[in-house]
Design a protein around this ligand. Structure first.
Ligand SMILES: [Zn+2]
Length: 166
C-alpha cells in the first residue's frame, strides 16, 4: 500500500495554510474539499471556465467542504460558478467545456469521520487526510457533462453553466 501514497505535500504547504485562513480553521472537510478541487484543477486546468456543483449537508462541519473547493478551484459563490445542493453524500461535479468529472468522498471515509469528529483532534485528522492518496479519499468518475445531468437539477444547471450543457 505504501507505494500507492502520493505525498501531495499539501499537509505542510502554503495551500493548506491559505485554505485554513480563508475558511477560519483547519478541519477534515475543508481538506477534503481542497483535495477534491485539486483533482479538478489537475484534470481541467486552473484557468477560468470551470464550474462546480457541490453536494453536501447544509450545515458545518460537512459544509466546510465547499470552502475547500472554492479555494482550490477559484470557483466562488461571488462569481456564481459554484452551486450547492443539499444531499447526504459529499461530492463535487466539475465542468469545463466538454469535459466533466465527479469527485465523491468515499463512504468509508465519511464513516470514519463520523466516528472520530466527536473525539476532538480535528486538526490532526485534517492533516492526516491531507497526506492520504486521492484514491483512498475519493471515487472519481469522468465523462462529458451530459453524463452527470442525471445527478443534477436541469434548471439549476442551466443557470449555472449555461451553454456548457445545452
Ligand atoms: Zn470548517
Amino acid at each position: 500500500m505504501s507505494e500507492m501514497r502520493e505525498h501531495t505535500g499539501i499537509a505542510t504547504g502554503r495551500l493548506l495554510d491559505g485554505a485554513a485562513s480563508f475558511h477560519g480553521h483547519l478541519g477534515p472537510y475543508l481538506v477534503l474539499g481542497l483535495r477534491s478541487g485539486l483533482i479538478a484543477v489537475e484534470v481541467l486546468g486552473r484557468d477560468s471556465g470551470m464550474s462546480a456543483i457541490v453536494e453536501t449537508d447544509r450545515s458545518p462541519p460537512r459544509l466546510c467542504f465547499i470552502d475547500g473547493v472554492q479555494f482550490a478551484t477559484g470557483c466562488t459563490m461571488g462569481k456564481g460558478n459554484i452551486k450547492m445542493r443539499a444531499g447526504k453524500a459529499i461530492s463535487a461535479t466539475y465542468v469545463k467545456g466538454k469535459k466533466a468529472l465527479r469527485v465523491s468522498v468515499r463512504s468509508s471515509v465519511l464513516e470514519e469521520l463520523n466516528g472520530r469528529l466527536l473525539g476532538g483532534q480535528i486538526e490532526k485528522l485534517a492533516l492526516d487526510l491531507a497526506d492520504r492518496s486521492s484514491d483512498e479519499l475519493f471515487e472519481v468518475d469522468y465523462g462529458e457533462p451530459s453524463k452527470f445531468q442525471m445527478h443534477t437539477q436541469p434548471k439549476t444547471l442551466t443557470r449555472l453553466v449555461g451553454s456548457c450543457f445545452f
